[in-house]
Write a protein that binds this ligand. Structure first.
Ligand code: TYD
Ligand code: MG
Length: 449
């Protein structure tokens, strides 16, 4: 008899290798390969039911029914609530509030339909104590402390929940796999069983996932491919505010964010996030500008801060928190070449206030002006809002959702804006004074640089 085939999976990225090696060929991580039985490939499906194609125009596209979670912000990130039969993966640093948010949501859902919260990390008492703290001990929520995925699914089959939370997927194990809980093969197998359960029973399955110190989901990347929606908790734990971002969503806008505040009695929705991230009391300070961003389907105003200081290092420091580090270096080069401000002997630090992270290049103009304002030690007008991508030849490139950004700024009392020329359309109707500019030097000239 031939020996059973084994392959090796990388614990970090899930990459498959026919042979063991010290380094993963896919992601380059060292010592991350685990042995596992080779997955069965190809069709093992019974050929009794013939697959029949359906005409595109005959598919019912009536709006997907959504289950509201009781939190408008969470519903917003999900694209309007939970979709029956969908699988949501929610990741974030330990202690950021995943279990709290989900317990609250499930408590709400349990009022109208069966809901099951499975905890593999905490005891039932710990969960009950948290519920006590949240003032949510009442109601019909079913709890289960279980690590075995087969027994979990038995309980789910018996209780037929409409929503099931598995907190966390790394603590589950399946009897059919021999490796330890948390290993790639275990996580994959358990997730696959839960996904199958979701699809066959039209049950919403929410998986909680741990993240590594780099901020990626621990375990296989494949987890992200298996689920419909991936949400990440962002924001630093020292701040009260938490951002939940949809990095993948088959049922809603990607990059959508929900804003929450962690209080002593649970996670609360923040209905007016711009007002919070922009709380700039007092005199306008050098190095600070207001930036309007567009995340998913929502405009958001954030304060960009910069500090420029003479450096004693041969390679001055460039540090960007909440923005792309490489882009910061590029922007400083543009500032030098196209506006004549050299920062070769200066340390440059840039920070987005409130732990917000912006991935769009629309932040460029705000970063550059914050840097210049700090360099010149001159405060910019505090009723001015900025956005725009800066190209390598110093041109300002248009951004998405410019009108929405400007409207949000207007709502918050801003009087002036500098935007890329190509975003001028439709801005006449606004009460805001909009300066639409083609190139970076023009924008600087408006501010007297
Ligand atoms: P938790 O939901 O357990 O985090 P995770 O599941 O992501 O690891 O949140 C734990 C943190 O939140 C912990 O530091 C205590 C704090 N917390 C509050 O501030 N208020 C509350 O009402 C609760 C329940 C927790
Ligand atoms: Mg937890």
């Amino acid at each position: 008899m031939a020996a059973p085939k084994v392959v090796f999976f990388c614990r970090e990225c899930g990459g498959e290798h026919p042979k063991w090696s010290g380094q993963c060929q896919h992601c380059g991580a060292w010592n991350t390969l685990d042995e596992a039985p080779a997955p069965v490939r190809g069709a093992r499906r019974a050929a009794t039911v013939r697959a029949a194609p359906v005409k595109l125009d005959q598919i019912d596209t009536a709006d997907l029914p959504r289950l509201p979670t009781g939190s408008a912000e969470l519903d917003r990130v999900l694209g309007g609530g939970l979709v029956p039969g969908s699988v949501v993966l929610i990741g974030g640093d330990p202690g950021i509030g995943k279990s709290t948010l989900l317990l609250q949501a499930l408590h709400h859902l349990a009022r109208t339909r069966p809901a099951l919260y499975v905890t593999g990390e905490e005891s039932l008492q710990q969960v009950a104590m948290r519920a006590e703290r949240l003032d949510r001990r009442d109601g019909d929520l079913d709890l289960l402390a279980e690590n075995n995925v087969e027994r979990l699914l038995e309980a789910a089959a018996a209780g037929a929940p409409a929503v099931l939370v598995a907190d966390s997927v790394q603590t589950l194990y399946s009897e059919s796999v021999s490796s330890a809980p948390g290993s790639v093969t275990q996580v994959r197998d358990c997730a696959a069983q839960l996904v199958a359960h979701a699809k066959t029973n039209r049950c919403v399955v929410i998986l909680v996932g741990h993240v590594t110190k780099e901020g990626n989901l621990a375990g296989p990347r494949v987890l992200e491919h298996m689920v419909d929606t991936v949400l990440y908790f962002e924001g630093d734990r020292s701040s009260r505010f938490r951002l939940v971002r949809a990095v993948k969503n088959r049922f809603g806008a990607v990059n959508e964010i929900g804003v929450f505040a962690m209080t002593d009695r649970g996670v609360r929705d923040v209905n007016n996030p711009s007002a919070i991230f922009l709380s700039r009391g007092g005199e306008p300070a050098p190095g600070s500008v207001a930036f309007a961003t567009w995340e998913g389907t929502r405009p958001l105003l954030v304060e960009v801060q910069a500090l420029v200081d003479s450096s004693s290092l041969a390679n001055p420091r460039r540090l960007g928190l909440g923005i792309d580090q490489n882009r910061l270096g590029m922007l400083l080069a543009v500032l030098h070449r196209h506006a004549g401000y050299g920062l070769g002997d200066q340390d440059v630090f840039v920070n987005l206030v409130g732990g917000v992270r912006v991935t769009e290049p629309g932040v460029d103009l705000a970063v550059l002006l914050a840097v210049l304002s700090s360099l010149a030690d001159r405060a910019l007008p505090d009723d001015m809002v900025l956005f725009g991508e800066v190209g390598l030849s110093g041109e300002l490139r248009p951004v998405q959702g410019a009108l929405e950004r400007l409207k949000e700024a207007q709502k918050l009392g801003f009087k002036r804006a500098i935007v890329p020329a190509a975003n001028r359309t439709g801005t006449r109707a606004l009460a805001l004074e909009v300066n639409a500019v083609e190139r970076l030097p023009e924008a600087l000239a408006i501010l007297g640089f």
